[in-house]
Each structure stands twice: as C-alpha cells, then as structure tokens.
Design a protein around this ligand. Structure first.
Ligand code: SF4
Length: 74
C-alpha cells in the first residue's frame, strides 16, 4: 500500500523561527526537507516525499510551520 502525501511549508513561520529550517532538515528520517535558497527557509525534496512515514516529527517540530497532507491511499 502506498500513501500519497503532500508536505506544505509555511515559509513565513519557518523564516521567523530561528533554527527551524535546520531542525526540519534534521528531524525528518527520510530527508524530505532541505535548506531553501533564501536564508532561514526550508524546501521539500520532491523525489523523497513519497518516502514519508507519517512519523509526525516535522509537525511536532513546528505545528504551525509544516503540514503533512494525506492525499490518498492506494
Ligand atoms: S512526517 Fe516524518 S517522514 Fe514525513 S515529512 Fe514529516 S518528518 Fe518527514
């Protein structure tokens, strides 16, 4: 069974929270986050998004800055 998800990053929230972008990169066990080109931002690594384990660590790191949206299961 595959889970298809989308990861939304609230740039404003991430940018305003010192160290958060780096923390997101560190917490995700499957490297879905990378540092963005602008200082203090994070981006998703599209080719890794389908590896998401729904571990919730990113949303625990920033409940307002990150949302993992389940699209559908197959
Ligand atoms: S839920 Fe876990 S695996 Fe999925 S993006 Fe967040 S930290 Fe990464």
């Amino acid at each position: 069974m595959a889970m298809f998800i989308r990861v939304d990053i609230e740039d404003d929230v991430v940018r305003k929270t010192p160290g958060l972008a780096k923390k997101l990169v560190e917490v995700c066990p499957v490297n879905i986050f990378k540092l963005g080109s602008a200082e203090g931002t994070a981006e998703t690594v599209e080719e890794n998004v389908d590896e998401c384990t729904l571990c919730d660590l990113c949303m625990q790191a920033s409940p307002e800055g990150v949302r993992v949206v389940k699209l559908y299961e197959s």
